[in-house]
Design a protein around this ligand. Sequence first.
Ligand SMILES: Cc1cc2nc3c(=O)[nH]c(=O)nc-3n(C[C@H](O)[C@H](O)[C@H](O)COP(=O)(O)OP(=O)(O)OC[C@H]3O[C@@H](n4cnc5c(N)ncnc54)[C@H](O)[C@@H]3O)c2cc1C
Length: 298
Amino acid sequence: MEWKGIKGTVLENVSMKRYTSMRVGGPVRYLIYPVDETDLKNVLRYLAHRDIPYRFLGNGTNVIVSDSGLKEALIRITRMKQKGYKKTKNGAVADVSGGVSLKQFIRDNAQHGLSGLEKLYWIPGTVGGALKMNAGSFGASVSDPLLTMRVLNTRGQIVTISGQDASFGYRTSPVRPGECVISAGFSLKGRNKKEIEKDMEYVYGERKKRHPMEFPSAGSVFKGVKGEPAWKFIEKAGLKGIKVGGACVSEKHANFIVNLGSATAHDVRELIDTVKRGVFEKTGVSLEEEVELWGFNG
Ligand SMILES: Cc1cc2nc3c(=O)[nH]c(=O)nc-3n(C[C@H](O)[C@H](O)[C@H](O)COP(=O)(O)OP(=O)(O)OC[C@H]3O[C@@H](n4cnc5c(N)ncnc54)[C@H](O)[C@@H]3O)c2cc1C
């Protein structure tokens, strides 16, 4: 297909194994990288004109794509990278593109002696993906120091949403499907660089101890239940270490499903359903997925 007027890159028929941290999934017809906001709007007009549905993809660290792939085009804004700092009395406001890696953003803030997001260090997504999921760790959420974010809605308008918006909650945000977090402004405080780095090292160390980082995964599969972490229920149900094909409930952290190397999306889905059934039978608790399942029927 000809992409007249689109300045960015369009890849065709790419395997989602390459673009998701779980390393499973079938093909996507179009993977589009707009170069700037105007290009992004043109891409959306182009897709609408041809009746091609679409989704936004960040670093693919919270999604599992089915083996049959997707009918939607995927748009990644990871090449629309921009950021800057505006000094304030106590620190700075960081303005960052939604396509920037959250990990890199936090590192850059530390280099500038700016604190506020270190507890989220090493969450492997983009800033936009993190805001959509309201990602968090060690009791902090990405929305905590958020002032505003600029969101492209499905009518092609850019709206500004406040960090105080009531729809931010535990892994919930005001960002609706089909909307794109283009950029965000965070209020960061000035702090000694060495102290910030010490906190980041602590967070990294703890994550390495607790998470099975040596295998592909999509992070925590299920949301916590009434303040209790999901791994407790999975352990209680005796499901640690169970396998379906090449997918396994991690021995290190029961809320992680890891790809032992040969897993298919079908294996992962089957294992998710097995865990949900097992936990319900043994504990009466209904687990809800934190990961998004794309392209599966039902
Ligand atoms: C090893 C590992 C550890 C993890 N640890 C944590 C953790 O501690 N805490 C935590 O909360 N999560 C964790 N995660 C999950 C994941 O990293 C986060 O949810 C992350 O914020 C997802 O970002 P992403 O860019 O990869 O989004 P994707 O997985 O690409 O997409 C997730 C959702 O965000 C949407 N999206 C992506 N970009 C945008 C955008 N620019 N605008 C609007 N919507 C967008 C997608 O459409 C999709 O709905 C972990 C994952 C892994 C693999």
